[in-house]
Ligand binder design. Sequence first.
Ligand SMILES: [Zn+2]
Length: 244
Amino acid sequence: MKIKKVTNFLTISLLTAVTVVSLSVMGCKEQVKTDPKNPYGLDIINSLEAYSKTVEADSSNLLVDLEKHIPGVVLDIRYATENNFTGKKIYTAPKAWLRRDAADSLLKIQQILAQEGLGIKVFDAYRPYAGTLYFYEVYGDTTFVAAPWKGSIHNRGGAVDLTLINLATGEELAMPTPFDEFSEKASYHYKELPAEVLANRDKLLKVMTENGFTFYEYEWWHFNIKGRDKYSLMDISFEDLEKL
Ligand SMILES: [Zn+2]
């Protein structure tokens, strides 16, 4: 398997600092120095070696490249551009990975939609934990960005942000808001919308929830694969993942 090649790329990950606890000679006074890459001390997979071990133990941990897995999938990875709410390029490449079961479900969804001339456009999928730390720094409302003390389902490779497109034209179907518009209009509770928009939102919701995903009430574009909590948080860059 390709995964076994990763042992060549371990050294960098070993440079990551760890939490150091020093006890003073005087007694119980503790001084804790936190890792800036993991300030909340979460259980995070941050090396290709550690990731590969999880895949060897359970193949459903495999992160699958959606472009290779889903024929005709369209990617518009906003965090690989400056066209996102941070105004900065967060990812080193416009790539989308999901855990195996989520990628399989999305393949099925693309096939179902194709029967009526529709397809999917993916805005974001797996996101290294470093991105979640940065997003919270930029925008501190945890309705729209994940709480870094918990981590995001995107960090687990179990969440996808997407919309529907017309396969023939590539045009997006009309939805309540653009991707990542942090407003009440992005919520499923918001109903003062044209009938066509409501129908499109419902179509996306239906096909996703009937095929392995759960929805997030405040963002029409965000879906989590069922059982997402079994996947570890990860902080491996796109650059490193591409080495596999
Ligand atoms: Zn999302």
